[in-house]
Ligand binder design. Structure first.
Ligand code: ADP
Length: 477
């Protein structure tokens, strides 16, 4: 059994701003189910609403600050959570990283440096908790200083650093190191310095024993200038200690056989029942109820990363085809406006819902035929996995986790029963449109379509298999 300290700045359902929270909610639980001893450590934000008891464990003095460690449990499982309680830094309204105006908190460097210091005290068993981890698993820049500080210790646990998105690096002006009391040996271009800025993520990338990303393809992509944001050289240098492990999904929450949020549950052997969800979706979105036209869908943040501009460029031609298109999302105001304008031109072919709606998201996954995900980059991505589980064939760009989880429908993959969707290479509208046409043609061959749906629905996207890969990694360190 391994003792694992999981260091994270957010965890669902306690607090969530993005995909990191989903991983932090699911992976420790899956490791615990593999009989590992996992403890999660995170800041005690004001917005955290613990469900069970919270008890005081100890007080520590670091950097002249008195910090408490509190203990609680994850609401839906027994994973122990240690909350780093320092009200001056964490007991504030707003989100973990941004104030109520959406600006980064001005003292973010101090806040997360303190969090890292405390995590190191716990990792070194100096926090009076009587627990010595074998592995310290850090996530994203907010915990990047943990491997850096650990590198200065003698007998220490092994460290893993997981990159959930290279676009966020925790860069701060050099002057911000003043208050941090950083050991001098860490401040150089081979350490935490990045073009005369303080880089938290470099702490993880340089000093962790092993680096992971959330998909094998993304692990390769971040070694190139397009995806590496200036750190591609460092990542290439560390490539022997860099690998990708795909995220799992919550297979209980996203299960077409038992989903309470859809009109009719179904399985691969009862695919005609899926059509009832299609009819319900068409009704709910005021589209003509028609079982024969393929229904294309997109759910997600309306930002350039997700290739929304490619969709906008394709839509006029898509609307000339016998299909319907539904979209649920929010994001850039310009994208929102252009989508709404088009929807007004084609009210009987497309429906746009702006906002965040978990219930509608489930019905869309269940009721659609094709799911569009033409992302420019995608560290892992979740919707393409949900879609396959719901027999909704994804069209994805060949990048990151999309490339790793969707198998293109080609004559060979159809005949060997590995095909699960459609994959295209170039991030431009004509490649996307060509793939949409390919899907339209295949849709007219319902016998083959149903076979591909069955392949997709049979795939294992559970956290258990991802957690097993992390465990293999921990054991190798
Ligand atoms: P990212 O983390 O980059 O936004 P992912 O595909 O990894 O993309 O995860 C996005 C998650 O958020 C999915 O679970 C998706 O269904 C959900 N989601 C995104 N936008 C919406 C929305 N408008 N309504 C409901 N769920 C949404």
């Amino acid at each position: 059994m391994k003792k694992i300290l999981f260091v994270t700045s957010e965890a669902h359902p306690l607090i969530k701003t993005g995909g990191l929270a989903d991983v932090s909610g699911s992976l420790p639980k899956a490791l615990a189910e593999l009989s590992q001893d996992v403890r999660l450590i995170m800041p005690n934000y004001q917005a955290i609403k613990p469900h069970g008891d919270v008890r005081f464990l100890c007080s520590l003095r670091v950097d002249n600050r008195e910090v408490n460690i509190l203990e609680t449990q994850m609401p839906d499982n027994q994973v122990t959570v240690w909350l780093v309680d320092y009200p001056d830094f964490f007991n504030r309204p707003g989100n973990p990283y941004l104030d109520e105006q959406g600006e980064p908190w001005p003292d973010n460097a101090d806040r997360f440096a303190l969090f890292c210091r405390i995590a190191v005290e716990v990792a070194m068993n100096r926090a009076y908790l009587d627990w010595q981890p074998d592995i310290v698993h850090c996530n994203d820049w907010q915990s990047g200083l943990v491997p850096a500080f650990l590198s200065l210790e003698t007998t220490k646990p092994a460290s893993v650093f997981t990159i959930h998105n290279m676009a966020y690096q925790g860069l701060f002006p050099a002057a911000s190191i003043q208050g941090l009391n950083l050991p001098g040996q860490l401040w150089n271009p081979g350490g935490l310095e990045f073009h005369n800025m303080l880089s938290f993520i470099k702490g993880g990338l340089i000093y962790a024993n092993h680096i992971t990303t959330v998909s094998p393809t993304y692990a390769l992509e971040i070694q190139t200038p397009t995806f590496g944001y200036g750190l591609e050289g460092l990542l290439e240098y560390r490539k022997d200690y860099l690998s990708g492990i795909i995220n799992g999904i919550d297979i209980d929450l996203w299960n077409p056989e038992a989903d309470p949020l859809i009109a009719q549950q179904y399985r691969a052997a009862s695919l005609p029942d899926k059509k009832l969800n299609k009819a319900e979706l068409q009704r709910r979105l005021s589209l003509p109820v028609n079982n024969r036209v393929p229904l294309f869908a997109l759910i997600g943040r309306l930002v350039e990363q997700k290739g929304i501009d490619l969709i906008l460029d394709c839509l006029p031609e898509m609307m000339a085809m016998p299909m319907q298109f539904v979209l649920l999302g929010s994001g850039d105001k310009d994208f929102e406006q252009r989508l709404q304008n088009l929807a007004q031109v084609y009210p009987d072919k497309m429906a746009i819902t702006l906002g965040y709606d978990e219930t509608l998201a489930h019905l869309i996954e269940a009721g659609s035929d094709v799911f569009l995900m033409p992302s420019r980059f995608e560290p892992c991505g979740l919707n393409q996995m949900y879609s396959q589980r719901y027999g909704t064939l994804p069209i994805v760009r060949k990048t990151g986790g999309l490339a790793d989880t969707v198998v293109d429908s080609l004559p060979e993959t159809i005949s060997d029963r590995t095909a699960t969707g459609f994959v295209f290479n170039e991030a431009n509208a004509s490649s996307l449109l060509e793939t949409i046409k390919r899907a339209m043609i295949l849709y007219s061959d319902q016998k083959t379509w149903t076979k591909i749906q069955a392949n997709a629905m049979a795939k294992d996207f559970s956290w258990q298999s991802s957690a097993e890969q992390y465990l293999t990694l921990y054991r190798s360190l």
